[in-house]
Ligand binder design. Structure first.
Ligand SMILES: Nc1ncnc2c1ncn2[C@@H]1O[C@H](COP(=O)(O)OP(=O)(O)OP(=O)(O)O)[C@@H](O)[C@H]1O
Ligand SMILES: [Mg+2]
Length: 424
């Protein structure tokens, strides 16, 4: 398969390239053979993929504004990592938000609609077509993987686009980074994002790139956050804590689902329903360590799940950057914090990064190549900044030269470049 970037530009058919990421989104158009990024929010080129239904102001905020409202403790409903819900039956369940009955496709569509509006305001053009990135696999299950694209397409349509084409995210990154390769070189894009890890084996050509194969797994930085949270923060809230039986002296370990959900970005919002609070109160009644379960109850009552997720993410990045990070949990309790050593993070994430490295090897094998044929590894995606992913991936391609593409914008650069040609 071949992706070209030099095409005749037709003004009547402006195409917007959109990287709808699990954690961050971005948009770009092609201008004179180069990608031109759209500033989506106060001059920022990337926008957190987040929404906040503000109950006081009666409106939906997106991006950084949504995060700011959450951190300010404003009354409302925050949602992040919506991409991870694509393909699940609950995408089409309606819920009451700000007096409207909306399903999650509507919510994604309103997010995309605001991206479209920002692009149109900036360029003066009307975008009826989108070239959207997508992970090679949204989900390991084939049916859910297919449904995820159906859902995302529908969100684009509801946002006012008339047509949408999809491009594998790592193929877009390959197009953006093609100049890393000289003739004869064989490059492997390693895109470790928030929700998925995606790989493309490619060669550079005169006016485009040749794709030899692409593959991906549903594993990314939000999974890193979940694992770190489960092992370091959730025990403070009663995970693995003993609960007495109502009769007799026997105990059992607290059920794990509630802690799993609280540690998972896209599931946090569902925990604020009455049944989770009821479960937490039942656990407290028979808890061997009631102080921990009391914390869990206050987290659910005060809706602090996303605050914890942000604290965990900051701790993870801090540990990776400086060798020791801190998960600051003062929102739960004065002085509560977890010190996170880089080595702890590395040990916790080792099984995940081994799975990512395995997926990279599958990509190469499926294309009929050998690991030693790969001359260049090109890292993109926010989680490629984690030392532990670089080490794991570097180890399976020891002879490849390592190149770091722009972590958060490589995919949208490629989508911008390919946008016009996608409908040619
Ligand atoms: N400096 C950093 N060090 C380590 N991890 C980081 C850093 N900056 C961001 N991340 C992580 O990168 C992830 C987001 O990366 P990115 O924006 O590439 O994902 P995405 O494109 O939104 O997701 P996907 O492509 O999987 O849908 C988050 O999990 C975030 O915690
Ligand atoms: Mg991405």
């Amino acid at each position: 398969m071949r992706w070209n970037f030099i095409v005749q530009r037709d003004q009547s058919m402006a195409v917007l390239g959109i990287d709808f990421g699990t954690s961050n989104s971005a948009a770009a158009v092609a201008r004179d053979g180069a990608a031109h990024m759209i500033a989506l929010e106060s001059g920022e080129m990337t926008l957190p993929t987040a929404v906040f239904f503000d109950f006081d102001r009666k409106k939906m905020l997106i991006g950084g504004a949504a995060g700011a409202a959450l951190l300010a403790g404003d009354e409302g409903r925050y949602m992040r990592a919506l991409k991870s819900l694509l393909g699940a039956p609950l995408m089409r369940e309606k819920r009451n938000l700000l007096g409207e009955k909306l399903d999650f496709i509507d919510i994604v569509s309103r997010f995309l609609g605001q991206v479209k509006a920002a692009a149109e305001a900036q360029t003066g053009e009307t975008f009826t077509r989108a070239l959207s990135g997508r992970p090679v696999r949204f989900h390991p299950d084939d049916a859910r993987n297919a449904q995820a694209e159906v859902d995302l397409r529908e969100a684009y349509m509801r946002a006012g686009f008339e047509d949408v084409a999809f491009m594998y995210e790592p193929e877009a990154a390959a197009l953006a980074n093609r100049e890393v390769l000289a003739q004869g070189d064989l490059g492997l894009i390693v895109d470790i994002g928030g929700g998925t890890s995606d790989f493309t084996l490619f060669r550079n050509g005169a006016d485009g790139i040749d794709i030899l194969g692409s593959y991906g797994v549903r594993l990314g930085g939000t999974d890193f956050d979940r694992i770190v949270s489960l092992e370091t923060v959730m025990p403070l809230l009663g995970r693995d804590s003993e609960i007495r039986h109502a009769f007799g002296n026997e105990t059992h370990t607290a059920p794990t689902t509630i802690f799993n959900d609280l540690a998972t970005w896209q599931k946090i919002q569902f925990l604020y329903a009455p049944d989770s609070r009821r479960l937490a109160k039942d656990l407290l009644q028979y808890a061997v360590e009631p102080a921990k379960l009391e914390r869990l109850i206050s987290v659910l009552d005060d809706e602090l799940g996303h605050d914890i997720a942000f604290a965990v993410e900051a701790g993870k990045i801090g540990a990776n950057t400086t060798g020791a990070g801190e998960i600051d949990l003062r929102v739960i309790e004065r002085g509560l914090a977890v010190v996170l050593q880089a080595q702890t993070v590395e040990e916790l994430l080792l099984p995940s990064t081994a799975e990512m490295a395995q997926a990279a090897l599958v990509t190469v094998a499926q294309a009929g190549a050998l690991p030693e044929d790969v001359t260049h590894l090109v890292f993109v995606g926010g989680s490629s900044l984690m030392q532990v992913t670089r080490t794991a991936l570097g180890a399976v391609f020891p002879s490849a030269q390592v190149h770091h593409g722009s972590a958060l914008t490589a995919i949208v650069d490629g989508l911008g470049l390919a946008a016009e040609g996608a409908f040619a």
